[in-house]
Ligand binder design. Structure first.
Ligand code: FMN
Length: 436
């Protein structure tokens, strides 16, 4: 087994915490304290970053109504990640803070300014999860009839990111002089308009806020389709991807690294983190009993399918649970759909739902030591770079789960030399990602 450490991130959102189970809260986390404390627990465990997912609609994809989504708080309600990112940044010292902003929703100037502001508040630890949005209902919230096709969304995103980069560079790093002798705050010769004119976007510049410690935020991206992977490979500092069996993880990582190299990037600049949801117990039996309680709940399949429906815009209420699915494609999250449908496996829809509990990677149910060993083996086979922890499918985040990971699994990984045990003083998020 390899003793090289790998990177750890946590995938969550500013949404309802677990509120229906025995050891849980009240489902009212909207003052942000729950998530601040979560981030602090992650910082004690030396995670690289917390990532706040976001989407911009209440779904109606399952059964054509928002009833199930609101009843079970699936993919909503959720609150804006940017104030939460600022609160987390101000309440932590080392942890990276990643927030999701859609290229569909923000004019590029606003996005560039928001990210610079957050990177300053976070003292160089901010990251932007670049998404193009995958739901027609979200597009309608922004005045469109429906989403543009994926190819066009990514063509727009290429230009959008280029424009933002130019805005971030519109101030030279040393433009702020704060010279008391001359009473000069900023040197105007080092702040220039960009006069950007593209096919989709225009902006004059310069940005009207000071440069941030990282210059630009760390870029996080989750391209799944070939076009999305190309965008991610050419852009991201960290790529996040659904798990799809060990061979699938290796193939995905090899593919984005090859694309990066072909495009002239050093593949080691990109850290690919795979989504996993370990289930832990004092004993393996206890962990298995926890897993069984989730998957055997009478509404498990319905919740699972509502969730997949929301991110793929496919109404899964129309398919039989005990038959295989037809081959499906979507203009929404194709990568997540492919990971879910396991095309060619012959599994029934009910089995596919059950498989989601492990988020596509088996062997992560057991004691912290068992799961840490398995994670080490998987990483050794895949070649790197780490995992993005998230709550088990259909559950909400709870302090108990955070504790299982931060006080159980991570120490077990650390004892094996597989996870970071300290932070370098003053490291930015990009420094952290490139440290190993
Ligand atoms: C781990 C993970 C997190 C994601 N987070 C978001 C998100 O917060 N908001 C969003 O609109 N899309 C999110 N996506 C969707 C991706 O941005 C992307 O659209 C998806 O992986 C499908 O890839 P494709 O766009 O190449 O088809 C996420 C995907 C993954 C795998």
């Amino acid at each position: 087994m390899s003793a090289r450490p790998f990177h750890l991130g946590w995938f969550t959102n500013f949404a309802v915490d677990e509120w229906t189970k025995t050891f849980t809260g009240d489902g009212d986390p909207w003052d942000g304290k729950f998530y601040i404390e979560m981030a602090q627990a992650m910082e004690r465990a030396c995670f690289d970053y917390i990532m706040l997912e976001d989407t911009l609609m209440i779904s109606e994809a399952y059964g054509g109504t928002n009833e199930i989504y609101l009843k079970h708080n699936i993919m909503g309600p959720k609150a804006d990640p940017s104030p939460m990112a600022a609160l987390i940044g101000a309440s932590t010292t080392h942890l990276g803070v990643v927030a999701t902003f859609s290229t569909m929703a923000y004019p590029p100037f606003m996005l560039a300014r928001l990210c610079s502001t957050l990177d300053n508040i976070c003292k160089g630890r901010f990251g932007w999860n670049i998404v193009t949005t995958g739901e027609d209902l979200a597009a309608e919230n922004f005045g469109m009839d429906k989403l543009p096709p994926r190819q066009a969304r990514y063509d727009m995103a290429d230009e959008y990111v280029e424009l933002c980069k130019q805005l971030w560079e519109s101030w030279e790093p040393d433009a702020v002089v704060r010279d008391r002798a001359t009473g000069t705050y900023a040197d105007f010769t080092k702040v220039k308009p960009i006069h950007f004119k593209g096919s989709y976007y225009q902006s004059r510049g310069p940005l009207n806020c000071v440069p941030s410690p990282q210059g630009r935020p760390a870029f996080v991206q989750a391209g799944g389709s070939p076009r999305g992977r190309q965008f991610a490979a050419m852009t991201a500092d960290s790529i996040i991807a659904p798990s799809m069996g060990v061979a699938g993880l290796k193939a995905y990582r090899d593919d984005v690294r090859a694309r990066a190299a072909a495009g002239g990037r050093d593949p080691d600049e990109i850290k690919v983190l795979f989504v996993v949801a370990p289930i832990l117990g004092e004993t393996e039996e206890e962990a298995r009993a926890k897993a069984a309680r989730i998957v055997e709940a009478s509404d498990y399949c319905e919740k699972a399918l509502a969730m997949i429906a929301a991110i793929t815009d496919i109404d899964f209420s129309t398919f039989a649970l005990d038959a295989p699915l037809p081959h499906l494609t979507t203009n929404g999250e194709q990568g997540s759909l492919d990971a879910f449908q396991q095309w060619g496996s012959g599994k029934t829809l009910r089995q596919l739902c059950a498989d989601q509990l492990g988020r596509g990677l088996d062997g992560l149910i057991g004691t912290p030591d068992q799961v840490a060993a398995r994670m080490g083996e998987v990483m050794a086979e895949v070649g790197g770079d780490g995992f993005l922890i998230t709550r088990p499918f259909t559950t909400n985040i709870s302090r108990q789960y955070i504790n299982d990971i931060c006080e159980g699994l991570v120490p077990a990984l650390q004892r094996r030399g597989l996870a970071r045990t300290s932070y370098a003083e003053g490291a930015t998020l990009r420094d952290m990602l490139r440290e190993f």
